[in-house]
Unconditional design. Structure first.
Lengths: 280, 331
């Protein structure tokens, strides 16, 4: 009887505790969401607060964003384009490298793997200056390619795919070869399908990193039209508060797609993070 | 970046899943393979060349976007760079680096990193342990809730925070302070409150991720240890400090290292509050200093010199990590 009572008390305390913790953590989302529906003048004069008078709630900010926010939607489409290309490109190209390092024995394999490990330790941010010069030389400043290319093969993703591919049964390739399958055919038809969970986990990590990437795009993208969302939004921040409406609604709409993806692919998020680790 | 706790745990336990097995059958069958194609085509499609084809994109990116820039970074740090002309200046950039802006940047970066470590290791560890409790229902829900801020970019999160921590009495956090009888704060003007903003923004975003790391680590602790402890009459607190904490050591080290890396390259948390100019440098970080010097003051050589220092620091920490885990002893 006593034990049952303790278990009920424990359960209640834990639920209370985590409800409280979730409340605090999710609170900024709530403030953001309702503030987007407040008249901009009210936010400017009363500051951002939680008071919610139902009768003053308005769609004004959203209407304003959708009618005058041409710039904002330009950034939005830039972000989507860059994220999609970076994610697909980097996951596929890095999987090639990881696969080769896991499956084949060849000259220089250990050296190349050593290099991959070395690159894991070099944050790209530190190389921003020489990288910027490379981009000037290649004429890629202010282009999407300039943002995407340095991340198109990612050491971390290579490492992840190598670890994953090592666990795959190699006998299958063996028999496929006897049946006349080319090396690339083996990869596409046999091995890649077996690595689908790795593709899932890495796509999500890469999409998240790319969608939220800041420093490098800030350096490469110089004109207003080519900006991505984080940079564009950052450019709207000013001490005078005249952009509150657009900042709030714009930020809210930035979070929505990734939240939707998260709700559907939660399992992959957790797998991707626990198996790999996230940048930043 | 860096490596997964799960892999580490496996590796530390001496698993040999790392090593690709060389199967001699591969070679034999390659020889057996009958082919009527011409020799060049045969070579191109051969097993010998295949890995190099697969690695070509990596080689290109490696050379253009990593190795060359690393060399160029060292070169730049000895140059005075203006548009169209560069001049060798020896160690002048390194000497110029010794100024109070740079020292403030280093100080801020270290203080920031210290707080991140002091908060983002013990708190998520405790949260994960509680979340793992057999008494708690709706585990997935709570885990997802804690994780959600991680989906938000630093900039967007920073915009939420900027607005909540506004300077007037009516802004949300200040209005709470006033209610409990405290003075409203000018959050973005003081060194301590500025640091508080940056640290809390990062903690808000990273907490859920670290909780997931620790949760993963907890799954690898054998239940028998806890059962044995229970038989010996250990209470919950004792079990936590005597079993959970020591058994989580690999994950803790992993989180420690990513926290140090994250702290060293911190930039956005400061940029979102002050752009590149904070009052009295209260938000200046090392990467922020590099950015400011290089792109606002056109002193790329100085920026490069600071980057070199940062690169060396990152490598030292990284090598320590590799050495500690001993994960990559080849063959």
């Amino acid at each position: 009887m006593g034990q049952k009572l303790t278990s009920i008390i424990n359960k209640t305390l834990l639920i209370l505790f985590f409800t409280f913790a979730s409340f605090i953590v999710l609170f900024p989302f709530y403030v953001m969401l309702i503030s987007g529906f407040k008249p901009a003048t009210e936010i400017f004069s009363n500051g951002l607060n939680v008071s919610m008078a139902l009768d003053t709630l308005t769609l004004e900010n959203y209407i304003h964003l959708f009618t005058d926010g041409k710039e904002y939607f330009r950034w939005y489409s830039n972000s989507i384009l860059i994220t999609v290309i970076t994610t697909i490109g980097s996951v596929i190209l890095s999987s090639f490298a990881g696969y080769a390092l896991a499956i084949y024995r060849f000259k220089g394999r250990n050296l190349i793997f050593g290099l991959v490990i070395f690159l894991l330790l070099v944050p790209v941010d530190i190389l921003m200056l020489p990288l910027y010069r490379v981009m000037i030389f290649l004429g890629l400043v202010d282009t999407y390619a300039g943002v995407i290319l340095p991340f198109i093969v990612t050491p971390f993703v290579i490492f992840f795919f190598r670890q994953y591919a090592i666990g795959l049964p190699k006998e299958i390739i063996e028999s496929a070869r006897i049946d006349g399958c080319t090396e690339f055919g083996c990869y596409v038809r046999i091995m890649a399908p077996m690595m689908l969970p790795a593709f899932g986990a890495m796509s999500i990590i890469q999409a998240m990193n790319s969608w939220n990437n800041f420093l490098w795009p800030l350096i490469v993208l110089r004109s207003n039209e080519s900006m991505t969302l984080p940079i564009g939004l950052a450019s709207l921040i000013s001490p005078y508060g005249n952009n509150y409406g657009m900042l709030l609604t714009g930020s809210t709409l930035t979070v929505v797609p990734i939240l939707i993806v998260f709700l559907f692919f939660q399992r992959y998020f957790v797998a991707g993070i626990t198996m790999g680790g996230v940048k930043g | 970046m860096v490596l997964s706790p799960i892999l580490f745990i496996k590796l530390c336990k001496g698993g040999n899943t790392m090593e690709p097995q060389e199967t001699s059958t591969i070679k034999v069958s390659a020889k057996k393979r009958k082919s009527t194609e011409n020799p060049i085509k045969k070579l191109i499609f051969s097993q010998k060349l295949a890995p190099y084809f697969f690695l070509t994109p990596f080689f290109l990116v490696l050379l253009i976007f990593f190795l060359y820039p690393i060399i160029e970074l060292f070169r730049m740090s000895f140059q005075h760079i203006l548009i169209g002309q560069t001049e060798w200046v020896g160690f002048a950039n390194y000497k110029q680096m010794m100024n109070h802006h740079f020292f403030t940047a280093v100080k801020n970066t270290f203080i920031y990193t210290f707080w991140i470590i002091a908060i983002l290791i013990p708190v998520p560890m405790a949260l994960a342990t509680l979340l793992n409790s057999k008494y708690l229902p709706f585990k997935n829900f709570f885990r997802s809730a804690l994780f959600m801020p991680a989906l938000v970019s630093v900039i967007v999160g920073g915009i939420f925070f900027s607005l909540m921590f506004g300077d007037t009495e009516k802004d949300f956090i200040n209005s709470l302070l006033v209610q409990i009888g405290m003075e409203p704060q000018q959050w973005k003007l003081g060194a301590a409150t500025g640091m508080f903003l940056m640290v809390s923004l990062n903690c808000w975003r990273m907490m859920g991720i670290n909780v997931i790391y620790f949760l993963a680590g907890l799954q690898s602790i054998p239940n028998s240890l806890y059962e044995a402890a229970e038989i010996d009459g250990a209470n919950t607190i004792q079990k936590f400090f005597r079993i959970t904490v020591p058994m989580l050591k690999p994950v803790t080290l992993f989180v420690l290292i990513i926290s140090i890396f994250g702290g060293l390259r911190m930039f956005e948390e400061s940029y979102v509050f002050w752009k590149n100019g904070s009052p009295n440098d209260i938000g200046l970080t090392i990467v922020g200093y590099v950015y400011q010097q290089s792109f606002d003051y056109n002193a790329m050589g100085l920026g490069a010199a600071v980057s070199v220092i940062l690169l060396l620091l990152a490598l030292v920490i990284g090598l320590f990590q590799l050495k500690h885990f001993g994960a990559f002893k080849e063959d």
